[in-house]
Design a protein. Structure first.
Ligand code: PEP
Ligand code: MG
Length: 541
């Protein structure tokens, strides 16, 4: 196999270690007739019991409460009496143990989906449960993070959310996936944990277990079979200045460096000026019922308390599509990414948005943080105006919207007449501009933030902001790429929000260039024919 594999750098940094692959889900063998039904039922029960024990053990050892909650719910499904009864019946009807388990769990899955709500949200847990019980029946390794006894580089097609939630930086040095994109949730979680990650890496699955690899998550390269030092071109972390966390170009032009977070814990040790994107939906992703006002006030207050005197931009719930919330799920949507997601949920459930805004306002009143609020998936000026009115009525003075839909980008000047700021969500803006699912590895080239069409839309928004003196930030994952951050600063973007571990490299890149150089880089990138030419033009500068 080649000793250099290329993919997309999805989380910066470099790490070297032995590679180990996440086991594939087991395949069912061709069915054979059952000769001893009792023995076959025992085989199925033994597999179910082993899986229950394994999941229970994983729930007990994880320090991550979200992951523990997912695992406990899964253990309860495995222990359900109806699973055993159904499997026994299926075996006696002539199905071997693994086939019986798969058939019964397929029925349970259909029933959960039909029931909706929290039960429907557990359908994915059932798929994982099926894989585990089938693997045990067949004597195959259970799908799980490898346990080689030393820190390792994880190789996978992609990671299920439950696997991604369990990534422990003490065990996993880096992640390489053959599928996925820069904005898939594997990539976002890896960035939040500071794990160097390369996604959409062809050939990754051919790396034999135990082979030493070096993962360069900045350049999107995996060196196979030999140890190489961390790349020289990676900018060294900037010396921290606790008294002044402001991002600046070499000649002192301020570009605010902010954090993307899903909860207060992600701010621990973050050297940022504030929070540019608080993804509130991540707090409530396992809730059956909408969170109460009191529950929300507590969650928001925890983040505000970590940022006294600093800016915190709270995004209202971005539910739907790839981030379904059990209490807002609609199973009949034919095309969820183009359906009722983000602010559009308020068309059906205005009460949920009102409760959230009231909770943000209450928590803001009790804090010294400079709280702003913004809405996701805004498409028109009138949606922006309605959102602003709602927030101002609730006593929240600073209101913005995300620019994630091309229609909003082309009307950014008009939207800025009714809001205080814009925040460009490049993950979704790429998805909708290029009609390419943000989770698709195969379309990763279209989702490349250096695509000239995306740059043109960002330039349009930044110019609209500059014309009226209102801030226009970027909070999509692209802001974490140091070279791209220089381009964004040159386009006139006023803040960059990213996973906290990415901040030092972006700070260093800005500090190494004057505003004029950033502008020149932006012009070169805008003039380039494609992403590769844009990168090359900026690198040459
Ligand atoms: C985006 O779309 O760029 C964004 C920041 O929002 P999310 O990734 O949460 O959809
Ligand atoms: Mg988005």
């Amino acid at each position: 196999m080649p000793d250099l594999l290329r993919g997309l750098g999805a989380s910066a940094g470099a790490a070297t270690g032995p590679a180990y692959r996440l086991a594939d889900p087991p395949r069912l063998p061709a069915p054979r007739p059952v000769t001893d039904p009792d023995a076959e039922v025992d085989r199925a029960y033994a597999a179910i019991d082993a899986v229950c024990r394994d999941i229970g053990r994983r729930a007990a050892v994880t320090a991550d409460e979200t992951a523990a909650e997912i695992l406990r719910a899964q253990a309860a499904l495995a222990a359900d009496r109806t699973l055993r009864d159904g499997v026994a019946l299926a075996v006696r009807a002539g199905h071997e143990a693994p086939h019986a388990v798969a058939a019964v769990l397929a029925d349970h899955r259909a029933a959960l989906l039909a029931a909706g709500g929290l039960l429907a949200a557990r359908a994915a847990d059932l798929d994982d449960l099926r894989d585990r019980v089938v693997a045990h029946c067949l004597g195959l390794p259970m799908p799980a993070l490898p346990e080689p006894g030393c820190p390792f580089v994880l190789i996978a097609v992609d990671l299920a959310p439950a696997d991604a939630a369990l990534l422990d930086p003490a065990r996993v040095l880096a992640v390489v996936t053959s599928a996925g994109s820069f904005v898939s949730h594997t990539a976002i979680l890896a960035r939040a944990r500071g794990l160097p990650t390369v996604v959409a890496c062809g050939g990754a699955l051919e790396i034999a277990d135990g082979t030493v690899v070096t993962v360069d998550g900045t350049a999107g390269r995996v060196t196979v079979g030999r140890t190489v030092p961390a790349p020289a071109e990676e900018p060294p972390p900037a010396p921290e200045e606790p008294a002044d966390l402001r991002g600046r170009t070499a000649d002192g032009h301020h570009v605010a460096l902010l954090a993307n977070i899903g909860c207060a814990a992600e701010l621990a040790g973050a050297a940022v000026e504030g929070v540019g994107l608080f993804r509130t939906e991540l707090l409530f992703q396992h809730h059956i019922d909408p969170p109460t006002t009191a529950e929300q006030i507590d969650a928001y207050a925890e983040v505000f308390a970590a940022m006294p005197g600093r800016q915190v931009i709270v995004r209202t719930l971005d539910a739907g599509a790839d981030k379904p919330l059990p209490f807002l799920r609609d199973h009949d949507e034919p095309n969820p990414a183009l359906g009722i997601r983000g602010l559009r949920v308020a068309r059906r459930r205005a009460d949920i948005l009102r409760t959230q805004i009231a909770a943000i306002a209450a928590a803001a009143r009790a804090s010294t943080a400079r709280v702003a609020v913004m809405a996701p998936m805004v498409t028109t000026v009138s949606e922006a105006a309605q959102f602003t009115a709602l927030c101002r009525d609730a006593g929240l003075p600073t209101v913005g919207v995300m620019i994630e839909v091309p229609a909003a980008a082309v009307r950014s000047a008009e939207i800025l007449q009714v809001v205080d700021f814009l925040s460009v969500g490049t993950n979704d803006l790429s998805q909708y501009t290029f009609a390419a699912d943000r989770r698709s590895g195969e379309l990763a080239d279209l989702l490349d933030p250096w695509q000239p069409a995306l740059l043109s839309l960002i330039a349009l928004c930044a110019a609209a902001g500059a014309a009226v003196g209102r801030p226009v930030g970027v909070c999509g994952e692209a802001a974490a790429d140091p070279a791209f951050a220089v381009v964004l600063a040159g386009l006139g973007v006023t803040s960059l929000s990213m996973s906290p571990p990415a901040v030092p490299a972006v700070r260093a890149a800005l500090a190494a260039h004057t505003l004029e150089e950033c502008r020149a880089a932006a012009q070169r990138a805008l003039a380039a024919a494609d992403p590769a030419a844009a990168r090359a033009a900026v690198t040459r500068l």
